[in-house]
Design a protein around this ligand. Structure first.
Ligand code: DGL
Length: 267
């Protein structure tokens, strides 16, 4: 049995999941968290389903050893490919980013036409499409992989002429299909939100899986009576499988906070 004071476990392929952690910290400021970035194996978005499932199991094992009370799979690609396996195998609740994001997009659309963008793996998996279909049968979904958004975000090149030109090139075919909602189905895309919103225009609702996931984490903790006590500042631990120094640099951009200490682990 896991205690309410036990930490949440969150993993991602690298730094991107810090956008999800940021929302969780904002929504649940008392929860201790162990975050794992699999920086030795990033990116996941270009890898096969089998490989991503293997990596996800390795990440989950490290976090389970830390006695977490709930596992958040912050990586969209890992959520797309590995969520079923992790749910079957782990003894704690497992939440991915796809179901919360899909639910929010379904709630946001008025026309029943949704655009979804993500990594090549996430889009190829068909997971967003099938979850949206199960939530709101008959919804039209236009998808597009936007692989250059990940390095752009990591360069800190979040807005301006080049990001907007790339966004225009990627998004045009989705926007031409008359969607009224655009779902950011990748950890890195919230960093590019302004450029994406500028290209999409004011008539399109931008929905963020990170934000939606934080809300569902709060709901699960409250339903299970698992929320931490509000006594003092919670402990945040950051683990990576490679290059702790360069990970810490992403604190400001992706997390909006300074990361003081990062520990190196591996599986
Ligand atoms: N974290 C990944 C995702 O959300 C993006 C980066 C990667 O390809 O590993 O799908």
């Amino acid at each position: 049995m896991h205690e309410p004071g036990a930490p949440l476990g969150i993993f991602d392929s690298g730094v991107g999941g810090l956008t999800v952690l940021r929302r969780i910290m904002d929504r649940l400021p008392h929860e201790p968290v162990v975050y794992l970035g699999d920086t030795a194996r990033v990116p996941y978005g270009t890898k096969s389903a089998e490989t991503v499932v293997r990596y996800a199991r390795g990440c989950a094992r490290i976090l389970m050893d830390r006695q977490i009370k709930l596992l958040v799979v912050a990586c969209n690609t890992a959520s797309a490919y590995a969520i079923d396996a992790l749910r079957d195998e782990l003894s704690v609740p497992v939440l991915g980013v796809i179901e919360p994001g899909a639910q929010r997009a379904v709630n946001a659309t008025r026309s029943g036409r949704i655009g979804v963008i993500g990594t090549a793996g996430t889009i190829a998996s068909g997971r967003y499409q099938s979850v949206i279909e199960s939530l709101a049968p008959g919804t039209f979904v236009a998808c597009k992989a936007c692989p250059l958004f990940v390095p752009l975000a990591e360069e800190g090149w979040s807005d301006g002429e080049v990001p907007r030109a790339i966004a225009e090139t990627y998004l045009r075919e989705i926007l031409d299909r008359d969607v009224d909602t655009l779902l950011l189905g990748c950890t890195h895309y919230p960093v590019l939100r302004e450029a994406i919103a500028a290209v999409a225009g004011p008539g399109i609702a931008i929905v963020d899986s990170a934000d939606a996931t934080a809300e569902v984490v709060a709901e699960i903790l409250s339903a299970m009576d698992y929320a931490a006590e509000a006594d003092g500042a919670p402990v945040y631990s950051y683990l990576v499988t490679d290059a702790p120094q360069s990970f810490a640099r992403f604190g400001d951009l992706f997390l909006g906070r300074t990361i003081a200490r990062v520990d190196w682990v591996d599986f």
